[in-house]
Design a protein. Structure first.
Length: 187
């Protein structure tokens, strides 16, 4: 890529920040940066807003792996193509479900956020300690949150299937007992 292409990205990043609402800007603590990387090497880092004292660290990253962001908030996509992944291994969905059961889920608000705005979810530190995924114990990567949720859904489905099977067996036993009682009483 040529340098003028990255100058275009720099210009687009300025437009992105201008399109953000005050609330979206307030969600960027200490400022927002647009960081463009290629093969794990930073190519461009553009400070968009500096010195907003609110939440923590906010970095908008654009990479060439298929991360897409719609500034209108209607779509955020993260690449999940098997061709860009390695060291793939199965997870124990029952362990994931057990982790969720023991994960503290609380209602809270961000500091400096209007008191009328509430959120529900785990703390990143608890999530990282429980599932040991992601690269930080201060954030929850959306991919990891979705993966944990899907694994738990699979575990719950397995449990439902087991319970349905047990219920069918018990119904069959009950039916046999009723027939036995009916035939015994009829004699």
């Amino acid at each position: 890529m040529q340098l003028n292409h990255f100058e275009s990205i720099k210009s687009d990043s300025q437009n992105l920040i201008e399109d953000l609402t005050d609330e979206e800007l307030a969600a960027c603590v200490g400022g927002c940066d647009l960081s463009v990387t290629a093969s794990s090497q930073e190519v461009v880092n553009v400070p968009l807003v500096e010195g907003i004292p609110v939440l923590g660290e906010c970095v908008v990253k654009a990479s060439f792996l298929g991360i897409q962001y719609d500034p209108n908030g209607s779509r955020r996509s993260v690449a999940s193509d098997r061709n860009i992944k390695e060291a793939i291994s199965e997870v124990n969905t029952q362990e994931i479900l057990h982790g969720i059961v023991n994960l503290p889920i609380t209602s809270w608000q961000y500091k400096h956020q209007d008191a009328s705005v509430r959120h529900i979810g785990p703390m990143a530190q608890d999530f990282a300690a429980t599932f040991q995924v992601g690269d930080s114990d201060r954030t929850i990567n959306i991919v990891d949150g979705m993966g944990v949720s899907l694994a738990a859904i699979q575990a719950l489905y397995q449990l439902i299937q087991e319970k349905d099977s047990q219920l069918s067996e018990l119904r069959a036993e009950l039916h046999q007992l009723k027939q036995h009682i009916h035939s015994t009483v009829s004699k």
